[in-house]
Design a protein around this ligand. Structure first.
Ligand code: PLP
Length: 377
């Protein structure tokens, strides 16, 4: 033996309040669900729970889509799965970029040999439907429209219903990122006519990171079935994953993350118990509470009022504040995590999350008093 035995003990995480861009605070009932005994991933009882998960996700996404289930991977893989399954080499995809996650969508299209047609809006703005309309007019052969519903890098909410309607008029399918929107603001897949959507377990659903709920319309499934070239990713090929997540007889594809799925199940039971309308209202009411306090501290919002996400509040950092030092004090003195800026907003903004279980008056009170302490000259 050449490697000595390490003197490492069990990891005990510190107590934190999570008010960044995810993960959000995980409620005790979800943590308790995670600790239940692991059973086999093909055990009939587990398969029964998987079916409940699909029903719960259909409620969360407001869809009848048969192909609705959680991928065994984080939101980024949900994004990649939509593109690798729906885009074939040479396909034109209109990609809306108004922040970090739109940029990643374009990168996904490029890497699989698609042709991205970029529609750009300034960071902090929602996607402009008029620009999308123009892009389709000059590219009527575009096969897909892709956009981020809730851009977590800026806190802007785009009009998904309007964007999907434009794509439909031009005969294109729609891919929507609802990682941050699901469980925070209305996400109505069927009403809006969204063909492919992906989310994440750790944002407004308040489960642990590492799972990506996805949903595909019948038109999307048909597009996948009619591919001329196989999906370039074996693991993410939906036509293979399906044998595990649907049908009377489930076959092995990969070992599902059993306990994380218990956690997601419990978080979706909590969502259903509270009721979607009440969940949306709670996110909105708490946003108004936080907003009043932030404005009283003299902080200004980045996103214009009618496009703000209640669950992700981005504010400009005042002159003369050392942003990293202030954020460090929030963490060490108050056990509070908030988010830093990304991309062009790095060093300029803070992103304060009120996602899922983190969207509570007690969190807001802590955040406002901690911010007051670190902003005081
Ligand atoms: C967090 C996030 C992702 C990526 O999810 P991960 O779980 O971090 O991989 C994608 N899109 C948006 C809008 C997000 O907020």
């Amino acid at each position: 033996m050449t490697v000595a035995r390490p003197e490492i003990r069990s990891f005990q995480p510190p107590v934190r309040t999570l008010m960044g861009p995810g993960p959000s605070d995980v409620p005790p009932r979800v943590l308790a669900a995670l600790a239940r005994p692991t059973i086999g991933h093909l055990d009939p009882d587990f398969v029964g729970m998987m079916d409940e998960l699909k029903s719960l996700l259909r409620y969360a996404f407001q869809t009848e889509n048969a192909l609705t289930f959680p991928l065994s991977a984080p939101g980024s893989v949900g994004m990649e799965s939509c593109f690798v399954n729906l885009v074939s080499p040479g396909d034109k995809v209109i990609v809306c970029i108004n922040g970090v996650f739109g940029q990643r969508m374009a990168e996904n299209v490029r890497r699989i040999g698609g042709v991205p047609v970029i529609v750009e809006d300034p960071w902090g703005n929602p996607v402009d439907p008029a620009k999308v309309e123009d892009a389709f007019s000059t590219n009527p052969d575009a096969a897909l429209l892709a956009f981020v519903h809730a851009e977590t890098s800026t806190g802007a909410l785009s009009d998904a219903s309007a964007l999907a309607a434009i794509a439909r008029r031009f005969g294109a399918l729609t891919i929507m990122d609802c990682v941050t929107s699901l469980g925070g603001v209305p996400v109505l897949l069927d009403e809006w006519g969204i063909d492919a959507a992906y989310s994440g377990s750790q944002k407004c659903l308040s489960s642990t990171p590492g799972l990506s709920p996805v949903s595909f319309s019948d038109a999307a499934v048909e597009r996948i079935r009619n591919r001329k070239t196989p999906c370039p990713s074996w693991f993410q090929d939906l036509s293979l994953v399906l044998g595990y997540w649907s049908g009377a007889k489930r076959t092995y594809h990969h070992t599902a993350p059993v306990n994380p799925l218990y956690g997601l199940h419990e978080s979706l039971v909590l969502l259903a118990e509270e009721g979607l309308e009440n969940v949306w209202r709670r996110h909105w009411d708490n946003h108004l509470r936080l907003r009043a306090g932030l404005e009283a501290l003299g902080l200004r919002f980045v996103v214009r009022e009618d496009a703000r996400l209640p669950q992700l509040n981005t504010v400009w950092i005042p002159e003369g504040i050392d942003e990293a030092a202030a954020r460090g004090r929030l963490l060490t003195e108050f056990g509070l995590e908030i988010g830093a800026g990304l991309g062009v907003l790095a060093g300029k903004v803070w992103r304060i999350g009120l996602m899922g279980h983190s969207s509570r008056p007690a969190n807001i009170a802590l955040c406002l008093s901690a911010l007051e302490a670190v902003l005081r000259p």
